[in-house]
Write a protein that binds this ligand. Structure first.
Ligand code: TYD
Ligand code: MG
Length: 464
């Protein structure tokens, strides 16, 4: 018995949750530096103070005897959320909403609360971050004022679950998991052990009571959920709300979904009265585009299953610095460096004494190589001080030898481009068949304004 009660110290990695007995500078499991945190391991309490119901293990049941009453999903009537969810909220599901502080998680969830409450579904919104008054102020801004929406400012999971048992809501919101604690767990609030145990109590509650639980979680600078990765394994759906806080554009990205596809995403604009779903993201992102200026090109990127047109802007000026400056906003910095190297080596376009800036207008983040060619064209265009025709689109991935490689989903990209008035295309030769099939089935007369290219040099010969 003595041994069982002994208090021991262990070190837990705040990134991956790995445990060691000795402190180390680097986590032996995930390789992150300086993430091991001391934790005092108290004797395991016999019973965590949560209602016994969520802790008793269930017995095996015959598959044929398990009742399933059609569990209809609850449609929020917010298209940009219902679709990524796979067609509304599945009762009893646990959904994790990750995102940087200030990006709009609490705002979005409060809007979801309203969507639920206005359909007569009870909601309990628990916040460990804000007071009731602060939440009320936000709700006023969002014009949310529902009788069956309950607000609770508190951090103790046992009390929250007790209240939830009384109120019996259809949805329980936890804002945020980093500010919650279970009194049976010794570690401090926000530690991997607290986050893990609070989440597992919430998951059991969700499943036993058939209540949907929304868990909000902050992400670190690197973009991971603060706290152990296991959080993502414990829940049914993981969403990340992403965007640049200096812009209004937001993307709800699906990282995991047990009830739907992860290729769906939601697109929003943050306005004075909350987040509004956008149906025409290309129109929104290109709204400020004026007459052709050197350095500006449009690319068609895929955001989940949706094509989105974005303007890529490049600027290069002679540098006065020993090491020229390179800045990439909205696209991958390393990708830009590679493209500059390819242009320098393969096409003899020299940037080595220039400061180079690459920017994606409107706060969109490019995450695929299909926009390589548009990025390169923008760079060459500014370098040569030659504008690109406003209705021209270039698509393609660029290899290190300067070859242009095929892009995926070329059909939807071209369709969106044509919708937005583009009718001159520079496309990878490797996509030729798909492209010709596409134009045959969509509009036959455009073939002469398509140029197929194999090398970056072909593009330069056509445009400059
Ligand atoms: P918030 O939802 O508090 O972010 P999070 O919970 O992810 O930390 O949103 C914070 C920002 O959103 C804040 O800077 C103000 C802005 N905002 C709007 O632009 N419009 C709105 O209607 C609301 C409620 C907030
Ligand atoms: Mg918040």
């Amino acid at each position: 018995m003595m041994g069982a009660n002994k208090i021991r110290t262990k070190y837990v990695c705040s990134n991956c949750g790995a445990e060691t007995l000795k402190w180390m500078g680097r986590c032996p499991q995930c390789g992150e530096w300086n993430t091991l945190e001391e934790q005092v391991e108290a004797p395991v309490p016999k019973r965590i103070a949560v209602s016994e119901d969520y802790l008793t293990p269930s017995r095996p049941q015959k598959l044929s005897s398990i009742q399933f009453n059609g569990n209809e999903r609850i449609l929020l009537k917010m298209t940009e959320i219902d679709r990524p969810l796979g067609g509304g909220i599945v009762p009893g599901s646990v959904i994790l909403w990750g995102g940087e502080p200030g990006i709009g998680k609490s705002t979005l969830i409060l809007q979801i609360c309203h969507a639920m409450a206005s359909q007569g579904q009870g909601v309990l919104y628990c916040s460990g971050e804000e007071s009731e008054i602060q939440i009320k102020l936000r709700a006023e801004r969002l014009h949310v004022n529902d009788d069956n929406c309950f607000i609770y400012a508190g951090s103790n999971i046992e009390s929250i679950l007790k209240e939830a048992e009384t109120i019996k809501p259809s949805m329980l919101v936890i804002d945020s998991i980093q500010t919650m604690y279970l009194s049976g767990v010794e570690s401090p609030m926000g530690s991997p052990a607290q986050i893990r145990d609070c989440t597992s109590a919430l998951v059991r509650f969700a499943k036993k009571m058939n209540v949907s639980v929304m868990i909000i979680g902050h992400v670190t600078k690197e973009g991971n959920l603060a706290g152990p990765r296991i959080l993502e394994h414990m829940v049914d759906v993981v969403f990340y709300l992403e965007g640049d806080r200096s812009y209004q554009f937001r993307v709800l990205r699906t990282v995991k979904n047990r009830f739907g596809s992860t290729s769906e995403s939601g697109l929003f604009i943050m306005e004075g009265n909350g987040l509004r779903g956008i149906e025409d993201p290309s129109g929104y992102l290109l709204r400020n585009r004026t007459a052709s200026t050197p350095g500006s090109t449009v690319a068609a990127c895929m955001e989940g299953l949706r094509p989105v047109l974005v303007e890529i802007q490049a600027l290069s000026v002679h540098s006065v610095l020993a090491i020229p400056r390179r800045i990439a906003a909205g696209c991958d910095y390393n990708r830009m460096i590679i493209l500059l190297a390819v242009l320098e080596k393969r096409n003899h376009i020299h940037f080595s004494t220039d400061d180079v800036y690459l920017n994606v207008a409107g706060g969109f983040k490019i995450r695929e190589t299909a926009a390589d060619l548009a990025m390169a064209v923008s760079l060459i265009s500014v370098k040569k001080d030659t504008p690109i025709p406003k209705d021209l689109m270039a698509l393609g991935e660029i290899g290190l030898t300067g070859e242009i490689m095929a892009v995926s989903k070329i059909g939807p990209r071209l369709k969106e481009a044509m919708k937005m008035g583009f009718n001159h295309f520079i496309l990878p030769d490797a996509n030729r068949k798909e492209v010709l099939d596409f134009f045959q089935s969509n509009r036959g007369n455009i073939e002469n304004s398509i140029r197929f290219v194999k090398k970056l040099q072909d593009v330069i010969d056509i445009l400059f």
